[in-house]
Design a protein around this ligand. Sequence first.
Ligand code: UD1
Length: 337
Amino acid sequence: MIFVTGGAGYIGSHTCVELLNAGHQVTVFDNFSNSQPEALHRVERITGKRVNLIKGDIRDLPTLQQALKTCGAQAVIHFAGLKAVGESVEQPLNYYDNNVMGTLKLLQAMQTCGVKNIVFSSSATVYGDPQRLPLTEDHPLSTTNPYGQTKLVIEHMLRDLYHSDVSWRIGILRYFNPVGAHASGLIGEDPQGTPNNLLPFIAQVAVGRREFLNVWGNDYDTPDGTGVRDYIHVVDLAHGHLAALRRLQIQPQCIAVNLGTGIGYSVLDMVRAFEKASGKPVAYKFSPRRAGDIASCFADASLAHQLLGWQSERDLATMCQDAWRWQSNYPMGYAKV
Ligand code: UD1
């Protein structure tokens, strides 16, 4: 039984599909603060299998302990957390509470229940402003905002835990920029309010929900002046979690691994690829740089290949086609079908 915190969210729901398809049983533990139960109904529809759902908050230790015990969890994949950079600057305590305190309680509950196997959602944000590219896992760690700080604190917490008890199995996955959707078009990213991230914003322009995209800065030191990122298909990312679970089965260990493609695309590359995939124009305007943004960020993805036997398989056109299928099927996301 795999216990998935935040399993109803964007990356969580896609990972549940792949876990179920691979024959795992899945218990989702989610407080639905930024997700919908409908996502899990769709997961069941896609896979033809049942998801065991427990509504709860990871900061609620007794409920968490009870849930881990009753479902017979063997491993945890920990997605639950807040993830908006701007919001984290305005509400830092909320971020430390949900992300750091929540993870602390989760680890305490796991320790009590003797479940010492966890895959954690970290982020390339822990590399701060890259000193060299592509980013390898040994690049110095730093952060520029409270959201990133919480990811870094949790990484330290996990490493300290492993050093105190080497029977733990800990996989820290540093995601680059997850995009796309399941090929069925039934599940996808459903941001509340104005999307912070690029691809959901582009998709909403293409579908007519927004007039134009603000391109934050065209004077970066990149080929076309716009920011370059490593976009990775969410289904590839989901497979990375299964690969990490397999690796952790071999022996107790604590590993930190990038999940990216190793390829950087600019904002304008993304606009053009999405226009092609959707057949819709994506209007944009150049605007000043967004505070805290960096010019370029892309992975050295070789450690994931070496350690996990994993590499991304879906190209940019597939990412955009799949994101568009979801967006055009459900222009308003899960809420208003
Ligand atoms: C952001 C977070 C990162 C987090 C990740 C989660 C910041 C500074 N970083 O990464 O910590 O882990 O999301 O997915 O917020 N862009 C536009 N117009 C838009 C939106 C984005 O031009 O409306 C540009 C950005 O300037 C950037 C690129 O698109 O060059 C990607 O932006 P985004 O999707 O927000 O991801 P990151 O900033 O890489």
